[in-house]
Design a protein around this ligand. Structure first.
Ligand code: UN1
Length: 476
């Protein structure tokens, strides 16, 4: 077996395995991954529970050393890890290498943060008494990660968990065991005590509920779909556990008449189609004012049709395949739904390449209204739609008329509109003249409304989730 589970400091086999298939070439099997059962999961949780107390007592220097070691190694091996990522997930090689580097930088950031943990010391309102406000680790944290960022998302959950003194059980998406395994392998040599990081690969539907229900798990951080997230929130509510959810998006990109056309087209091309549109931050609703609409659509359609779609590992490819057959079918069915609703579709066909893989052409749907399903539901593929609007006020209303609220963008040269949009866009992240996707690693990430739940990930704000606050009173 190529990817074993990692429990209490030991690599553990399972009788059942899951093949890791290259979406650019389905004859290429990267390896076979462990399919852990509930017994293994419970062992991993027990191991984490025992290690949590040990790691909670670690010094800032120990935490720094572990996180810095992992960050340094990931950065040194970013080409190799990026290639593995692109081979198992299908984003292009430059995107894969970029994501691996980002994972390394996240560990470096939290290495520094481990040295900068602070609290407050206040005078009590009562005479002679001192008050200290400090942060303590939460304990065992369950991490459930998706397939679309196979190394960055595990990194941005594991690194803060360790930084703030917790132990974790990672359950990665079944489609991408290679990156999770490679990351945990590096962590296994980092000097962490046994049991602080555990990896249990297997069926989400089987392992997920147990991870959430086990009393020893004190918090769950999840990135994935809205229906799964809702279920997790309900179960964590029942168990009175901390929960942090990052879910879908239907992110608007407003393009105003006064936009710089080249900047707008670049931002939308990147936001909508890079990483094959498989980002919760993808720009999937392009809300465009009348006077620029036709020029914008013509320029974007031209750039979109020129995108080179193919094997993620080939040089010069700009868009890799869809991750698997099920996602491809979903994308193609949304293209049909959009044209059935009266949208005008360019692109969006199934494509064949030299190797058999899940290829499709990026799709642009024009003449849509915000009420259509294509503008209400997340596709999670390279499909963007255009909504024509009269002016900025209508654009802002439509941008906010969605159940999601992750990232919201505007392309404009007007300071007045940019400032108003930043203040009034109902989203956790707002981008001016930039794609809605592609974020920094040292600042908070997350959304409002149906996109996110719980406190923010990344940057210093990650401390909110991975710690609990303690207030101590002393009469010296
Ligand atoms: C990005 O756009 O840079 O699943 C990151 C996702 C997000 C990450 C997006 N959690 O697509």
């Amino acid at each position: 077996m190529d990817y074993k589970n990692f429990i209490g400091g030991a690599w553990v086999e399972t009788s059942a395995t899951t093949p890791n298939v290259n979406p650019s070439d389905i004859s290429d099997i990267l390896g076979h991954a462990a399919r852990g059962d509930l017994t293994q999961l419970d062992q991993a949780i027990d191991a984490a529970d025992q290690a949590a107390a040990i790691w909670a007592a670690s010094t800032p220097q120990q935490r720094f050393d572990v996180l810095d070691f992992v960050g340094t190694e990931i950065l040194a091996r970013k080409e190799e890890l990026g290639r593995l990522l692109s081979r198992e997930e299908g984003k292009t090689l430059p995107e894969g290498i970029g994501e691996a580097a980002r994972a390394g930088q996240i560990f470096k950031f939290f290495a520094g943060e481990a040295l900068r943990q602070t609290g407050d010391k206040l005078a009590s309102v009562r005479p002679g008494i001192e008050v200290d406000v400090t942060r303590s680790p939460v304990g065992v944290v369950g991490l459930i990660t998706p397939w679309n960022f196979p190394i960055a998302i595990p990194a941005w959950k594991i690194a803060p968990a360790i930084c703030y003194g917790n132990a974790v059980v990672l359950k990665p998406a079944e489609l991408v065991p290679g990156c999770a395994h490679a990351l945990v392998e590096i962590l296994s040599r980092s000097g962490l005590p046994e049991g602080v990081v555990n990896l249990v690969m297997g069926r989400g539907s089987e392992l997920g509920p147990r991870l959430i229900e086990n009393d020893k798990v004190r918090a769950i951080s999840f990135t994935g779909s809205v229906p799964t997230g809702r279920g997790i929130a309900a179960a964590c509510g029942a168990g009175l556990k901390k929960v942090q959810l990052e879910m879908g998006g239907k992110n608007p990109m407003v393009v105003l008449d006064d936009a710089d056309l080249d900047i707008a087209v670049d931002a939308c091309l990147n936001g909508a189609f890079f990483s094959t549109g498989q980002r919760c931050t993808a720009s999937s609703r392009l809300v465009v004012t009348e006077a620029i609409h036709d020029r914008f659509v013509a320029a974007l359609a031209e750039r979109m049709s020129a995108l080179k779609v193919g094997n993620a590992l080939e040089a010069g490819i700009q868009m890799g395949p869809v991750v698997d057959a099920r996602q491809l079918e979903q994308n193609l069915s949304y293209v049909d739904i959009a044209s059935g609703e009266g949208g005008r579709v360019q692109g969006g066909e199934r494509l064949n390449r030299e190797t058999e893989g899940f290829y499709m052409a990026p799709a642009l749907v024009t003449e849509t209204s915000n009420a259509m399903r294509i503008n209400r539901e997340e596709v999670f593929g390279p499909v963007a739609s255009v909504i024509r609007v009269k002016d900025y006020d209508e654009a802002l209303n439509i941008a906010n008329d969605t159940e999601f609220g992750l990232s919201s963008g505007i392309c404009t040269t007007s300071l007045k509109h940019a400032s108003h949009f930043k203040a009034n866009a109902q989203a956790g992240m707002v981008m001016v003249n930039l794609p809605t996707a592609g974020v920094d690693y040292h600042v908070p990430f997350g959304g409002t409304k149906g996109s996110s739940f719980g406190s923010r990930e990344q940057g210093r704000y990650a401390a909110e989730f991975y710690t609990s606050v303690k207030t101590a009173y002393t009469l010296p």
